[in-house]
Write a protein that binds this ligand. Sequence first.
Ligand SMILES: NC(=O)c1ccc[n+]([C@@H]2O[C@H](COP(=O)([O-])OP(=O)(O)OC[C@H]3O[C@@H](n4cnc5c(N)ncnc54)[C@H](O)[C@@H]3O)[C@@H](O)[C@H]2O)c1
Length: 450
Amino acid sequence: MSLSTNPLAVELLRRMRQLEIRAGVIGLGYVGLPLTLLFSEQKFRVTGFDVDQQKVDTLTRGGSYIYRILPEEIKAAQSSGFSATANYAQLTEVDAVVICVPTPLNEHHEPDLSYIENTAHAIAPNLRARQLIVLESTTYPGTTEEVMVPILEKENKFGLKAARVGASGENTFHVAFSPEREDPGNTQVARRDIPKVIGGLEPLATEYASALYNSIFNRVVPVSSPAVAEMTKLLENIYRCVNIALVNELKLLCLRMGIDIFEVIHAASTKPFGFQPFYPGPGLGGHCIPIDPFYLSWKAKEFDFHTRFIELAGEVNLSMPYHVVSSVARALNQRKQALNGAKVLVLGLAYKKDIDDLRESPALTIIELLQQEGATVSYNDPFFPKVGRGRKYDLQMTSTSLDHLEDFDCVLIVTDHSSYDYKDIVRRAHLVVDSRNATQGLSASNLVRC
Ligand SMILES: NC(=O)c1ccc[n+]([C@@H]2O[C@H](COP(=O)([O-])OP(=O)(O)OC[C@H]3O[C@@H](n4cnc5c(N)ncnc54)[C@H](O)[C@@H]3O)[C@@H](O)[C@H]2O)c1
């Protein structure tokens, strides 16, 4: 039945456009919580689901656990009908469900889809006909159709099937994939100005999802299938990963040649076409760029395909923390000091400037490597007063004040937070090693860029 003649479809579309539906967001992390607020700002009634009871309790109290989201925003959302819960039974009350759960790598560097699978297992018993289920978590092409849909179809109570081309009757639910394109810390582009790519399992699902997102984003970009939408996100992140690896490698060459790579990049950026700047650094961080490309290289093996660009970029980017540590050792050596026994202060733990996200941060690897070499390591980061245990680290450290920089043999800049006074730091420290070009424009005998 075509869109225009199916009364149920017409009615659901009308309700979506009139903001009459209730939306549900599953996974209230860095992606899900801002999305929930965006729905709420547009006067959607929205329910947030998370398995982390602490997060649910914080939100229920009108609090926030993400630095850039203020408690006032949570309270405003609550007054527009937002509530948070760990109880999946409330899913029966929502018309559209958006899934924003983590997609990390396991210890063998392979996709860990357990969060998506667990979410599908939890949704299935509460699924009802005509509901729209949208996956936003970054993953390899095929996940929506091959992993999520079979669980939903097998475990729902009413024998519902996902609507497909030519099979979109009463006893169906609708499925789409729409990748998240969040750029934490970016204050230049408003979230609603980031176009939303949408691939439904069939045209009606794309249409429903487009109607849903059209009310909170300025532009939607429909594509022909979930797999195309899944691959689009991976292309975007692989593009970044490969280009960052390229400039990281060229930085190493430029250091040997005595050329300032940042000056080169700035000059190249004046070309009005055909060049986009990427910047070298101490290594990749965050939940996306270090992880997502490996989702594709893993899937590619099923097709006897070896993704060489991804592997090479991974190799270069993974070597950067080692380069930083050997640069610290060399700089100390030139001052007749050893890294073994040196006191090193790491400035910045977050994976990029001005954000409160530690995931996959190169600072964690760098601290570990410095400790392995016998250095006594402290850190300072205004976003992390203390750091305990994470998935891959167990630091148990507290942020050191910057009052006594003279106590350290070396200050190592790993994250270039805007709040640091770099001129003052270079003036007061014995030795500064800068892996981010945070000290651009400064020149001093105790300053080494790496
Ligand atoms: N953070 C980013 O900048 C960013 C950007 C683009 C895409 N993404 C993608 O978005 C997805 C989510 O990333 P994130 O950064 O928001 O992760 P996050 O870890 O900040 O948040 C995920 C949330 O999901 C919750 N959760 C886990 N399992 C659950 C379940 N079964 N039911 C309900 N809640 C559950 C967790 O408790 C957590 O609060 C990932 O696939 C990521 O690759 C992230």
